[in-house]
Write a protein that binds this ligand. Structure first.
Ligand code: SF4
Ligand code: MG
Length: 315
């Protein structure tokens, strides 16, 4: 609720704060249990920062992050320790977080030990269980990270998160580094795990075809703000925001059921340190008017839970 994350800009010898980057600037979103919420946008839109503030890899500046009614920024001590395993994060490059000298079975089991969730003698069995759920086997348990392909490493990353029995998984570009054929396998694994383990996902991606395939709800971010949010079908079949329309018309592999209205954007995404006035999208929007340059459009329900921030969309 009203989540904000500002980073100070420091410069000069004395590292004085000379400004701030509004990486996430007052966004609201709600993920229902069992949903896969896709958060999309170009790099620099703030979507990863949203994920990181939820798991507190970085602290929010303002707003609230509620998990089943509990404010994640207010829980402490034992309560926080119990809550942590329930929200897990998966990254684009699982290899970067795997120690090359630790066997993957131990790396996966480590999380259980760290959280005090299992006795030493139960761990191997639990590791085998999650390896199996992630499409790997006992053959892989005593091997080292370098012996695995990119797709297998992502399976290990998922297994490591899964062993803690999370309810919410935040996946930040989890398939972006993989070949397209491997992407499909990992996406199917995400799907299967959702059915068998009852998981809820926040799926962060710049790839709209992946999001269309996997997600039930979609939010589109631009320069730290949420510009549109709707169910997957609503958003893909009836996009309202010019930015969403432009993103959809630029999908390299066309999504068959999509009506494509070609919108070409001018220029690059502006610097978040110095965002445009009014509607932050006005410098690139083909429909911008004088009003757009001055007035910030409100993020409002255009009907049936389809939210949009654009002066052009009338109810
Ligand atoms: Fe374009 Fe104006 Fe809508 Fe912003 S508010 S998206 S500039 S039409
Ligand atoms: Mg990112």
């Amino acid at each position: 609720r009203h989540l904000k994350k500002y980073f100070p800009i420091k410069s000069g010898l004395l590292q004085r704060t000379t400004g701030q980057i509004k990486a996430v600037d007052d966004i609201n979103l709600k993920i229902m249990p069992g949903d896969t919420f896709g958060l999309v946008g170009e790099s620099g839109s703030g979507k990863s920062t949203v994920g990181r503030t939820i798991v507190r890899l970085t602290d929010k500046t303002e707003g609230e992050v509620l998990f089943k009614g509990t404010d994640l920024y207010k829980v402490q001590g034992e309560d926080l320790r119990k809550l942590r395993p329930r929200i897990q994060m998966i990254f684009q490059d699982p290899y970067g977080s795997l120690n090359p000298r630790i066997r993957v079975g131990d790396a996966i089991g480590e999380a259980l030990l760290d959280h005090g969730l299992a006795a030493k003698e139960e761990i191997r069995e639990r590791v085998l269980e999650v390896l199996g759920a992630c499409g790997l086997s006992s053959y892989h348990i005593d091997r080292y990270p370098h012996e695995f392909s990119g797709g297998q490493r992502q399976r290990i990353g998922i297994a490591r998160a899964l062993i803690l029995n999370p309810e919410l998984m935040i996946a930040d570009e989890p398939v972006s580094a993989l070949d397209v054929s491997i992407q499909a396998q990992i996406i199917n694994l995400f799907r299967k795990l959702q059915e068998t383990q009852g998981l809820t996902y926040l799926f962060i991606s710049h790839d709209l075809s992946v999001v269309e395939h996997l997600c039930s709800q979609v939010g589109v971010m631009y320069l730290g703000g949420m510009v549109e949010m709707a169910s997957r079908d609503e958003l893909f079949l009836h996009p309202l925001h010019p930015y969403t329309k432009a993103l959809l018309s630029a999908v390299p592999v066309p999504i068959p059921r999509l009506k494509r209205e070609r919108i070409i954007l001018k220029g690059d995404i502006p610097s978040p340190a110095n965002p445009p006035s009014g509607c932050k999208f006005h410098t690139r929007c083909p429909f911008a008017t004088a009003e757009c340059r001055e007035k910030i459009p409100e993020f409002r329900d255009a009907g049936g839970g389809h939210f949009v921030a654009c002066h052009l969309v009338v109810q």
